[in-house]
Design a protein around this ligand. Structure first.
Ligand code: HEC
Length: 169
């Protein structure tokens, strides 16, 4: 079971850096070349938006200076979504600090999500903002930006068919 307490611990940048140093970054699989992926505003279907979202997920570094060392690589790369959420976010994992990393298949159906500790309801966009700020240590895309919309389209695509309302008993 994943606890919010572990989350605040794992999202302290200093701990992340030391965890990466200790593990040599071996916990992360290589998948994403670093760089800024610029989404275009013009897409004609949600499938196109989702395809672009997959690219952003794999490649966009959101202006971070935070680096990670992919498996079997000789150099470090800038942080991306894919640095933590490997295989397009379609697999479950464990972060170097030992926190549970959920598979993102079906994740879109879990939102809006109630965060008891904050007495807040997180939308999927709010969760993405959180991951960019606390995980990537980057500048999150604006809520209505093409980048945000494409990421939401991608996460919704890999959640196709998932049951809504799982957060209720
Ligand atoms: C430093 C590692 C890290 C990075 C980088 C990261 N995440 Fe996450 N992400 C996590 C962890 C750990 C969780 C589970 C804890 C939580 O819900 O915050 C998570 C949770 C999520 C969830 C919620 C899953 C659920 O079942 O509720 C989504 C959606 C998500 N991440 C998307 C993204 C996207 C999109 C990016 C890139 C913009 C990203 N993440 C970058 C570590 C990361």
């Amino acid at each position: 079971m994943f606890h919010l307490k572990d989350l605040s611990k794992m999202f302290i940048p200093a701990l992340w850096i030391s965890a990466l140093a200790l593990s040599g970054g071996q916990a992360f699989a290589a998948s994403a070349p670093a760089g800024k992926f610029t989404a275009t505003a013009k897409v004609s279907s949600i499938d196109e938006a989702a395809a672009q979202g997959a690219q952003i997920f794999a490649n966009d570094t959101f202006g971070t200076k935070q680096t990670w060392v992919p498996v079997n690589a000789f150099s470090s790369h800038l942080m991306t979504c894919a640095a933590c959420h490997t295989d397009g976010g379609k697999v479950e994992g464990v972060t170097p600090s030992g926190a549970h990393l959920p598979s993102l298949i079906g994740a879109a159906a879990k939102y809006p999500k109630f965060k008891a500790k904050k007495h807040a309801v997180y939308t999927l966009e709010r969760q993405i903002v959180h991951c960019v700020r606390a995980g990537i240590i980057g500048k999150p895309p604006a809520y209505n930006s093409p980048e945000m919309i494409d990421l939401v389209a991608y996460l919704t695509q890999i959640s196709k068919g998932a049951t809504m309302g799982q957060q209720f008993k």
